[in-house]
Design a protein around this ligand. Sequence first.
Ligand code: ATP
Ligand code: MG
Length: 367
Amino acid sequence: MATMQDSPHLGEESQPGGPISDRRSIIHTQDWGKAYGEQRAVDGVSFDVQEGEIFGFLGPNGAGKSTTIKMLITLVKPTSGSATVVGYDLVQQTNEIRKVIGYVAQEIGVDGRASGRENLELQGHLYNMDTPTIRRRIDELLTLVDLTKEANKLAGTYSGGMRKRLDIATGLIHSPRVLFLDEPTTGLDPQTRANLWDYIRRLNKEQGITIFLTTHYLEEADRLCDRIAIIDHGKIKAINTPSYLKEQVSGDVVNITFDRPELPTDDSRRETARTVLSQQTWVRDIQTADRGGLNVYVEAGNQAMPEIIRLLDQHSIPVVTIALSRPSLDDVFLKYTGRQMRDEADQQIKMNPWGGPRRMGGRPGGR
Ligand SMILES: Nc1ncnc2c1ncn2[C@@H]1O[C@H](COP(=O)(O)OP(=O)(O)OP(=O)(O)O)[C@@H](O)[C@H]1O
Ligand SMILES: [Mg+2]
């Protein structure tokens, strides 16, 4: 697998009109970012996405995920650094890039007043495709996303999951090599979400499409992505396979809660426990967890548990639950950002305040 070091630097192999590079790195960015005045939405990131992988950008609200995608699909101009997509320069060769990428926005983009088939036809015409090709492609895509039977019904009558599947199909009409999905499962129930993961995997495995997606769901990143970048405040904090990242948080996690769920939390018990436990040499790290609890990172959980119980008892700190687990991606996020992800994700309101185009509209080639 190519790494950032052996990826081409922009301009290195520049050929007028042709791809700058044909190496397996299908997306390459170098010190690349976007500032809105003082606000650095994406702050000098460098990463590569390999052809054929499912690559995830994982981060909380306002981390810079949508801005990254919008720059990669040429809707937003970067203000620093350089990048290539499918070997094309992101600033100089936007027309070429638009022909080989597909984009599905954070918000549902299908027209509810048109049927599934009509939505796809419209998108095909926007890409200047001829009618026989559009028809053939629509049949393929409807099969791929299991919407053949519903194709002639109004998209407005579809369930949330069906609409998202149609949305993904419209992003694929012109057979792109890379598909960008901005938070593809936000707002869907867990079962529909898991279902959609299967479709995304099929696209990747059966059609060989490279997928770049953003998510604020740890589980989604863990289950779906070959590699993930953890992004926070516009910076990449870590980038690797989910399993490698989890291995970096070695040892065990002891989760302790001090308050009954139905009662308000009392921070003083937690803070006393933190003080007591942080003095122990076998405690590697302590982080505030959900429901006013603590996550205590230790080498050997089975030895630490009885010791923790004894210490808390000695200091008359009542415990409601104590549980041992292996590190999750949640712990990885906490380790690299010092913050818990889940709280923010739960509160997330999925309306993008900045609006903008819902999908790569317009003809490829037009800016
Ligand atoms: N057009 C804009 N003008 C000014 N600031 C912007 C603009 N677009 C984004 N930002 C700011 O840039 C930062 C990153 O925003 P972005 O939409 O990329 O985050 P995100 O990770 O997609 O968040 P979410 O999970 O809410 O979708 C935020 O602080 C946001 O307020
Ligand atoms: Mg976003």
